[in-house]
Design a protein around this ligand. Structure first.
Ligand code: S3P
Length: 426
């Protein structure tokens, strides 16, 4: 994909696709609920389609038409032994969350995914699941997928998670649905809480208090309607592009603004930018709003600590913003970026440098001395959707032409990304 500097401001409005995290959970919890769950604005990205594929293999009927998804749930104990190996594709959320569910079943299963998934750390879920009495092993013995899980009765535990990861927290809470008492997780900083909110919405008992979430076993989950808000992680690219291209004004309709996900809005504010939050609503416990953004000169900032989990997937595009902002931006405590779909810290440092930015990679972050004019370059996406989309934004603000390799990896979370971007730059 070749892109050039934007010749005109970005103007117009857009409804970005549904939230990826919420779409996954709607299929998973819809499958474990009794009755039908109707999901509208479901994200039809490759990751969420992997989740649908896994639950279909476990006997759940899932009907899909362009307006909605219908998940015909069979209750907490209604899954069937999968007809083959469960393929999670590129999706860490699918692999880690369904492992928690599989651990408490009465059948054995195997799951795997693409080359990236087979390198991502699964020890972080293997350890707490084993503490619950689960039988789960990495077939290659390297704490990565493929995983073999033999379902069995589970013990309730309290897990002190060493990482602020919603995937780890959700895995343990989902296993807790099948445990012999209340299962709880305490994390070092609060990660996204969509599992807790949706379990409660479906009738489960989950208590959240500070950094701890506790779930009661054997709930009777009842299917319902889920209207998935737009994904703030997808909106992030248009927020950034509109801030950077002079004269831009963009309205992003119905974007999820759950406080465990809205760190990007706080960082934009701390860089001198402004996003107006209009028409707030709440659906299924998830807050959403329209976001109005206009271009504006930005300055450097510090992104660290408890803020990191609330913007973890937006750090690539925030690094791009920082490269165009005046002054220094420091990102720290972001070592989790090294174990995402790619090692995002090293790829960001390499790619921003290729465009002429002044960047230093640290063990757990980046130091970006912004404000130097950037020029187009060849950017290797490393098949990482967020790298591809972040550098599409950089391309619009840089001089000359940028080429992004294997840019169709955007299909993981945003199949129509380039069409939507074009619709605002026309
Ligand atoms: C996700 C949690 C985050 C995030 C990922 C989606 C989720 O991962 O990066 O894109 O849906 O729970 P971690 O929990 O590993 O931080």
């Amino acid at each position: 994909m070749k892109l050039s500097k934007a010749l005109r401001p970005l103007k117009g409005e857009l409804r970005v696709p549904g939230d990826k995290s919420i779409s996954h959970r709607a299929v998973m919890l819809g499958s474990l609920a009794e009755g039908t769950t109707e999901i509208t604005h479901f994200l039809e990205g490759a990751d969420c389609l992997s989740t649908i594929g896994c639950f279909r293999r476990m006997g759940i009927r899932i009907d899909k038409d362009p307006r909605r998804i219908l998940v015909h749930g069979k209750g907490l104990h209604g899954l069937a032994e999968p007809s083959g190996i469960l393929d999670c594709g590129n999706s860490g959320t699918t692999a880690r969350l369904i492992s928690g569910i599989l651990a408490g079943q009465t059948f054995a299963s195997e799951l795997t995914g693409d080359a990236s998934i087979q390198k991502r750390p699964m020890g972080r879920i293997i350890r707490p699941l084993r503490a619950m009495g689960a039988s789960i092993e990495s077939i290659a013995g390297n704490d990565c997928a493929p995983l073999r899980i033999e379902g069995r009765p589970l013990r309730a535990i309290h897990y002190n998670s060493p990482v602020a990861s919603a995937q780890v927290k959700s895995c343990v809470l989902l296993a807790g649905l099948y445990a012999d008492g209340s299962t709880s997780v305490t994390e070092p900083a609060l990660s996204r809480n969509h599992t807790e909110l949706m379990l409660r919405y479906f009738g489960g008992s989950v208590v959240s208090s500070g950094l701890t979430a506790a779930v009661q076993p054997e709930p009777r989950l009842r299917g319902g309607r889920i209207d998935v808000p737009g994904d703030i992680s997808s909106a992030a690219y248009f927020l950034a592009a509109a801030l950077l291209i002079p004269g831009s004004e963009v309205l992003l309709r119905h974007v999820g603004i759950n406080p465990t996900r809205d760190g990007i809005l706080r960082v934009i504010r701390s860089m001198g930018g402004q996003v107006d939050i209009l028409d707030k609503t709440v659906s299924g416990g998830e807050p959403a709003a329209d976001l109005l953004v206009r271009s504006c000169p930005l300055h450097g900032t510090v992104i660290e600590g408890d803020l990191i989990p609330t913007l973890i997937d937006e750090l690539p595009v925030l690094a791009v913003l920082a490269a165009f902002a005046e002054g220094t931006t420091t990102i720290r405590n972001a070592e989790e970026l090294r174990v995402k779909e790619s090692d995002r810290l090293s790829i960001l440092a390499e790619s921003l440098s290729a465009m002429g930015a002044d960047v230093t990679e640290t063990e757990d972050g980046l130091i970006i001395r912004g404000g130097k004019p950037l020029r187009g370059a060849v950017i290797h996406s490393h098949l990482d959707h967020r790298i591809a989309m972040s550098f599409a934004v950089a391309a619009l603000a840089a001089e000359g032409e940028t080429e992004i390799t294997e840019a169709d990896c955007v299909k993981i979370s945003y199949p129509n990304f380039f069409e939507d971007l074009n619709s605002l730059t026309r």
